[in-house]
Design a protein around this ligand. Sequence first.
Ligand code: ATP
Ligand code: MG
Length: 199
Amino acid sequence: MIRAHGVGVSYGPVRAVSDVSLTIAPGLTVLSGPSGSGKSTLLRVLSLVERPSVGEVFVHDRPTSGLSWAQLRSLRRKEIAIVFQNPSDNLISHLTVGENLRAAGAADLSILDRLGLGGSGTWRIGALSGGQQQRLAFGCALARGASVVVADEPTSQLDVRSADLVLETLASLPVPAVVASHDPRLVELADLCVPLVAS
Ligand SMILES: Nc1ncnc2c1ncn2[C@@H]1O[C@H](COP(=O)(O)OP(=O)(O)OP(=O)(O)O)[C@@H](O)[C@H]1O
Ligand SMILES: [Mg+2]
């Protein structure tokens, strides 16, 4: 589990994130707020891509500020799966759906049924819609064995219907997920909503 305590991020005079404390608990955590309120910055800090200017991020109750960049990277690879906004950034385009899942560590392809992608194991990635690609991306995130899934605006490039199906997938993940989004429907689905304000 990931926990932030008193986290702040400044870029020179710009205060991107101020004094955030939160625990990424089982279920869906949504970071909401207007453009520039620090959602993406906070996600980068929670996923150990960036260090906070102040405060501490704990992974399984262990502080991370004393770790080297190499240690942070290996902890991230083990514990955290990141799903990007652009569907094609999350998958290996020259592999099939099934090969993508196996490359991520899946022992079999049974998860495809749960993702609403049953029977697509031999399809090329290019044959999937953007929404199907995002659902597969969440499947690959699970196959990697991550203890937390992190996603920045995962539905922003999708039409409403595709986005709905991705939201269903997100709300039913068996591991904690933390998502930054403007999407009010996602806020409704959240177990915990963290509203950020632009400063
Ligand atoms: N690497 C950086 N260097 C300097 N300023 C940055 C950097 N990253 C973010 N910022 C600034 O920090 C603030 C928060 O940005 P951030 O991208 O986290 O907001 P956001 O809530 O994700 O916005 P959006 O909804 O538009 O994606 C903004 O003022 C932004 O300009
Ligand atoms: Mg952002």
